[in-house]
Design a protein around this ligand. Structure first.
Ligand SMILES: [Zn+2]
Length: 429
């Protein structure tokens, strides 16, 4: 028996409407009501104790791109960011479009990951946008959603059929919203700065037109569609109107899109190159308004590690994507909670039970009998991002030396402390 008590913290569990100072008891891997034996005691007074945070949008890069990140190092990075569960995108090498790859990922995660890894499968075979992948087989193999993230299905008929199939298997479809003709070769936001810098632009309309397409297909099929990493003001407006009409559609932001603008590219630093690109302050304002009024419910990272040598090339040639897991909580606490856009309780709700429900993870709660996946937060801790301290294998962050307020201080997965700010990664081999 392994008994643990987290003593004196403020427990916030939106799944039960709990927000009060109380002790939390853990026995073996579960949350329990009381303990009969002498527990290990951890003093968490002054801290927030909440269900383990969930990130529904991360890239762990395996199979095939272990030089960028591995399932193991990605899980370390998640733990250090306060996450107990991550939903892994399928644009690996090979892509996760069949049950064998999903089985490989699950086995690898079971052996090496320190957090829960939930794989997704591709919408289309080889992510080529031509033929549907075997969605039923993917479901049987254990995927929690399907997406061609990194690419967007351009063929509207294929997307319609994907939505119809996905509902049969009760899987959400997540979509990377990008019209390939409109964004054609763009490397940054189309606007003033792309003109000044002489770089090819990726305009807002390329995202907005697919969000509108998705809303129409969701209405037609009744299938839920989740729009990933929204960046453009018009996307928020379309989503708000669609949701008001009861269409089953949802949206997500990633932390960098509410903090940084396209002006950051003026040094041609590829750590500001991401897809969709950084936009303007007006877009940021619209995204934040959308988060505040509940139009955008999901908060994620789009953690996208790359090797340093890949990013240290001309901006046009550098890959899209930045790290996210280890800065995400600090950014959301600083720019959403401390900025009074949403409450701490609401941020935790969205990053726990709401995220869990989207993908049917059965996580995100501290109910008695549930898995003891727990995050301890210090929402007022001021800290400076240091990319050299990251547990990710990669270093491509635009937030190096950024001042943040709020951080996870301990991550517990299945009743075991896997990481703490004090002691770092804890090995359980
Ligand atoms: Zn992504």
């Amino acid at each position: 028996m392994n008994a643990l008590v987290l003593k004196g913290g403020r427990v916030i569990d939106p799944s039960q409407g709990v927000d009060e100072k109380r002790d939390l008891y853990i026995c073996d891997s579960k949350v329990v009501r009381t303990l009969s034996e002498q527990p290990d005691v951890i003093d968490v007074s002054g801290k927030i104790v909440c269900p383990g945070l969930i990130d529904i949008h991360v890239h762990l890069r395996e199979p095939g791109q272990g030089a960028k990140e591995t399932i193991q190092t990605g899980s370390w990075s998640a733990a250090a960011g306060g996450f107990t569960s991550v939903v892994a995108m399928p644009n690996t090498n090979p892509v996760a479009d069949g049950p064998d790859t999903i089985a490989w990922i699950k086995q690898r995660a079971a052996q090496l990951a320190v957090v829960n890894v939930f794989p997704t499968g591709c919408i289309s075979k080889d992510m080529a946008g031509e033929f549907l992948s075997p969605i039923g087989q993917l479901k049987s193999a254990g995927v929690v959603a399907i997406t061609d993230d990194g690419k967007c299905i351009q063929n509207n008929d294929l997307m319609r059929r994907a939505l119809q199939y996905a509902t049969m298997f009760d899987l959400p479809i997540m979509d990377h919203c990008q019209d390939a003709d409109l964004s054609n070769g763009g490397v940054m936001n189309e606007g003033y700065w792309s003109t000044v810098l002489g770089l090819k632009g990726w305009p807002n309309i390329a995202e907005e037109i697919i969000v509108a397409r998705n809303a129409m297909l969701a209405e037609l099929t009744g299938a839920h569609i989740h729009c990933q990493h929204l960046s453009a003001a018009g996307s928020v407006r379309i989503l708000r109107q669609a949701k008001a009409r009861g269409i089953p559609i949802s949206g997500e932001i990633c932390a960098h899109h509410i903090v940084l603008t396209d002006e950051c590219l003026k040094t041609y630093d590829s750590n500001f190159k991401m897809n969709p690109p950084l936009r303007t302050q007006a877009d940021i304002d619209a995204l934040i308004e959308g988060v505040g009024d509940g139009t955008i419910e999901y908060l994620a990272s789009d953690h996208a590690p790359h090797c340093e040598f890949e990013k240290e090339v001309e901006l046009d040639d550098a890959p899209f994507g930045i790290l996210g897991l280890e800065t995400e909580v600090g950014i959301y606490l600083k720019y959403l909670v401390h900025a009074k856009i949403i409450s701490l309780h609401e941020m935790i709700r969205r990053m726990t039970i709401v995220a869990s429900d989207l993908c049917g993870l059965h996580k995100g709660t501290l109910k008695v009998g549930s898995d003891a996946d727990i995050t301890v937060l210090d929402p007022d801790l001021e800290w400076t991002v240091d990319k050299h301290q990251f547990l990710s294998k990669a270093r491509n962050t635009p937030f190096h030396e950024h001042q943040l307020k709020g951080r996870a201080t301990m991550t517990i997965v299945g009743g075991k402390i896997v990481w703490s700010l004090e002691n770092g990664l804890v090995s359980h081999s």
